[in-house]
Design a protein around this ligand. Structure first.
Ligand SMILES: Cc1cc2nc3c(=O)[nH]c(=O)nc-3n(C[C@H](O)[C@H](O)[C@H](O)COP(=O)(O)O)c2cc1C
Length: 241
């Protein structure tokens, strides 16, 4: 119960912080710890198609702030973390998962191992491989349509669905990160107002990498909260069937 209270306090206290202060007091170690926790986030098929770039020097922060249209949150942050989706690294993730099935500490049953080997070597390979002129997606969509006439089936099989799948998981890691930072006494602001092309070029990322979110970190200030938090009520958005 004590833990639940702390969690409630963290969730209630987290706000998007747009002005940071007290750069001298900033402890970058909390970002390392928060990222370690973010890596434990749930993610689709344990593919972990994410990367996190820590922007720490003043020069680099200035550059990234400029690519984020010089928002006050980026201008005043002590550190900026760029959360990146890596659909192009799917083969590495398949290998990682196949290796972990064979690891000596794997306690799963043999039939489950067999199923998972097949899942990573076949299903994941098909789902994540490239799409030529949307043709492969179209074939998959048609196949799913006909199989779906007879039984329930996962419908999201196109390359656009693949993007959504990856970004969902990456955003969950971003959220774990932000809550962890708050638990360590610092604040964050998630940002999607940025020039992704310039950021990718600056980070020397491959063309297929996608910027999921930019997150600013630092010591919060009262003036950094721009307006009261308002949300739809429970009754408006939660439904029971
Ligand atoms: C994906 C995403 C993108 C966002 N982009 C920006 C942004 O570019 N600039 C900004 O000041 N806030 C940005 N925000 C913060 C939201 O405006 C903020 O979360 C929302 O207004 C709710 O306020 P709260 O976080 O204080 O509860 C973003 C939030 C999310 C989740």
């Amino acid at each position: 119960m004590e833990n639940a209270t702390s969690f409630e306090q963290i969730v209630n206290a987290r706000r998007s912080m747009r002005v940071y202060g007290n750069q001298e007091k900033y402890n970058p170690e909390i970002v390392k710890k928060s990222l370690d926790l973010a890596l434990l986030s749930p993610n689709s098929s344990n593919m972990q198609l994410w990367e996190f770039y820590r922007i720490r020097t003043e020069e680099a922060r200035k550059k990234i702030s400029n690519f984020c249209l010089d928002q006050s949150a980026t201008r005043t942050a002590s550190e900026i973390v760029i959360v990146v989706a890596r659909p192009d690294k799917f083969k590495q993730s398949i290998r990682f998962n196949l290796d972990s099935i064979e690891s000596p500490d794997n306690f799963e049953k043999d039939n489950s191992k067999k199923r998972r080997r097949l899942y990573y070597s076949k299903v994941m390979r098909i789902f994540y491989s490239g799409d030529f002129l949307f043709l492969f997606s179209l074939i998959k969509k048609l196949l799913v349509f006909f199989i779906g006439l007879k039984r329930p089936i996962i419908r999201e099989v196109t390359s656009i669905n693949k993007k959504v799948t990856i970004h969902k998981s990456v955003a969950l890691a971003a959220q774990t990160f932000m809550l962890a930072v708050k638990a360590y006494g610092y604040d964050t602001c998630p940002i999607e107002g940025f020039d992704s092309k310039r950021i990718k070029k600056y980070l020397k990322l491959s063309r297929k990498a996608e910027i999921n979110m930019v997150i600013t970190v630092g010591q919060g200030t009262p003036e950094g909260i721009f307006y009261p938090r308002k949300r739809f009520s429970y009754e408006q958005v939660v439904f029971e069937r």
